[in-house]
Design a protein around this ligand. Sequence first.
Ligand SMILES: *[C@@H]1O[C@H](CO)[C@@H](O)[C@H](O)[C@H]1NC(C)=O
Ligand SMILES: *[C@@H]1O[C@H](CO)[C@@H](O)[C@H](O)[C@H]1NC(C)=O
Ligand SMILES: *[C@@H]1O[C@H](CO)[C@@H](O)[C@H](O)[C@H]1NC(C)=O
Length: 284
Amino acid sequence: MNSGSALTFLCASSLALAISFHSLVAVAVDTTTAYPSIPGTDTADCSLAGGDSNRILIPPRREVYGDGRIFDISHRYVPEMPVWESKDGLGSFLWLLASMKNGSRANNSVMKLPTHTGTHVDTPGHVFDHYFDAGFDLDTLDLEVLNGPALLVDVPRDNNITADVMKSLNIPRGVRRVLFRTLNTDRRLMFQKECDLSYVGFTVDGAKWLVQNTDIKLIGVDYLSVAAYDDLIPSHLVFLESREIILVEALKLDDVPAGIYDVHCLPLRLVRAEGSPIRCILMK
Ligand SMILES: *[C@@H]1O[C@H](CO)[C@@H](O)[C@H](O)[C@H]1NC(C)=O
Ligand SMILES: *[C@@H]1O[C@H](CO)[C@@H](O)[C@H](O)[C@H]1NC(C)=O
Ligand SMILES: *[C@@H]1O[C@H](CO)[C@@H](O)[C@H](O)[C@H]1NC(C)=O
């Protein structure tokens, strides 16, 4: 048996409350679907699976880590996730080129996916051709902007993010990173295969208001575009023109209390690309 089994916990079914964020809303899950508990967070009677060849391997899949201190705010990459302006979702994007079942020494997959899939970041070259040509790619993004204190705010659910909405949020000067939770999260749009263009995003006047009246340099939103569909390109232009603002799109903001966190976002270091999948977490 390989030593990876140390990660596998088996829990008594009577105590199978998922120790994950779900436990905070008291959702009981049966053992076959329960997320295994996180060591140190668990009062249930769990035992380490030993070298028993009949043991069930249950990979941990979590939304929250470290005693509720770390929230994963990236979406999982799965074939049924929505992609921009498509009804069909992402579809197959991962292939096992070499497999142990077919005699290879190891399993090796390849993946192919649009750079703006799932939780992702836009660079200035996304909407400014001369920035693209000049090389403002992923490798030029400021990691300091992508990592540091951040505010998660709830946006009024009855509107796009207009200048009036921005004003009403009263975000103080000096706040440099803001994640905007909108109606998109309530509608669970990122969990629907078909792209829904009635999502909420920034209108041009909302984008201008943010640029002119705040110190925000990292903007996070909860659907595939930071800009409302009717203002798609104009709002992007307002944000990306200065090359100081970084846009992170399609964040998973479900079940995270609004408030102040440390955000950590790391994109792939893709040279000459204008977008990249990005892994983001919030830490209390
Ligand atoms: C290797 O790939 C096979 C599919 O061919 C899969 O069933 C198996 O679990 C993989 N093994 C490892 C160690 O990931
Ligand atoms: C293994 O090889 C067979 C025959 O070439 C092929 O049909 C099958 O898809 C392969 N399986 C994997 C997991 O690569
Ligand atoms: C936001 O704007 C889009 C068009 O850009 C529209 O379809 C949608 O209904 C608006 N949402 C709200 C809540 O006003």
